[in-house]
Design a protein around this ligand. Structure first.
Ligand code: PXP
Length: 251
């Protein structure tokens, strides 16, 4: 099966908010979130990822409902494990929810969601989402304890946090890559779908390809950055084409 691409378009909203956060009803509000999603789809995106943050620094709840109404691609809603975001997910009913950390208390030392610390609330919220047909993912470090805890919660997917790998160099980069592989192996053995994301770009994609069992990459920053020069459709297409080389970690 080919490696799927979830395109994170949060930064399109970041740009919009830079000008229009205080004037959302201005006669012209740009860039358009809807156009970004449509261009991503035209470039080959398999899903559209948006993160409605508690501080609403980029995506707004209205963006999420607009996309749900207007586009055919599955929506992956990234959200914090809070009552407010849980209510939003229940109302929106996206195809996927990825629970991510936002505040410091929710984060492990490396930056993924601290599933162990939050297991009590996750245990009550996750089944409600799943009963609505929403597939649930947890954005976690490649840490054996976190992955085991994710397995116990009965989620369908985990998204391995590739941020530490993306920042590392030399020996520690190899170490991070090995941790990602071990995490993917462990998750696969638990029957979880393995996704990965954060800090992935064309330069580190080959290393990512060495990881077995990957189903989906969630990529944002580099796609939007490149879109400034070649357009979003082309930017997504280039990434989608590059990802076709994934051989399940055997290449
Ligand atoms: N996955 C998750 C859970 C994220 O929160 C983000 C955005 O930080 C990404 C993937 C995409 O990361 P990037 O913008 O570095 O490609």
């Amino acid at each position: 099966m080919s490696l799927l691409l979830g395109v994170n378009i949060d930064h399109v909203a970041t740009l919009r908010q830079a000008r229009y956060a205080l004037n959302p009803d201005a006669p012209i509000v740009e860039p358009s979130i809807l156009e970004a999603a449509r261009e991503s789809e035209a470039g080959g995106a398999d899903s559209i990822t948006i993160h409605v943050r508690e501080d609403r620094r980029h995506m707004q709840a209205e963006d999420a409902f607009l996309l749900k109404r207007e586009i055919d691609l599955p929506i992956n809603l990234e959200m914090a494990n809070t009552p407010e975001m849980f209510t939003l997910a229940v109302e929106l009913q996206p195809a996927f929810v990825c629970i991510v950390p936002e505040s410091r208390e929710e984060v492990t030392t490396e930056g993924g969601l601290d599933v162990l610390k939050q297991s009590a609330t996750l245990k009550t919220r996750i089944p409600v989402l799943q009963n609505l047909g929403i597939k649930v993912s947890l954005f976690i470090d490649p840490d054996p304890k976190q992955i085991a805890a994710a397995g116990e919660l009965g989620v369908e997917m985990i998204e391995l946090h590739t941020g530490a790998f993306a920042l590392a160099e030399g020996e520690s980069r190899l170490k991070e890559l090995a941790r990602l592989q071990a995490g993917a192996d462990q998750g696969q053995a638990l029957g979880l779908q393995i996704n990965a994301g954060h800090g992935i770009h064309h330069e580190n994609l080959q290393d990512i390809f060495s990881i077995k069992h990957l189903s989906e990459l969630n990529i944002g920053h580099t796609l939007i950055a490149r879109a400034m020069f070649v357009g979003l459709r082309q930017s997504v297409k280039e990434m989608r084409d590059a990802m076709a080389a994934y051989q399940g970690g055997e290449g």
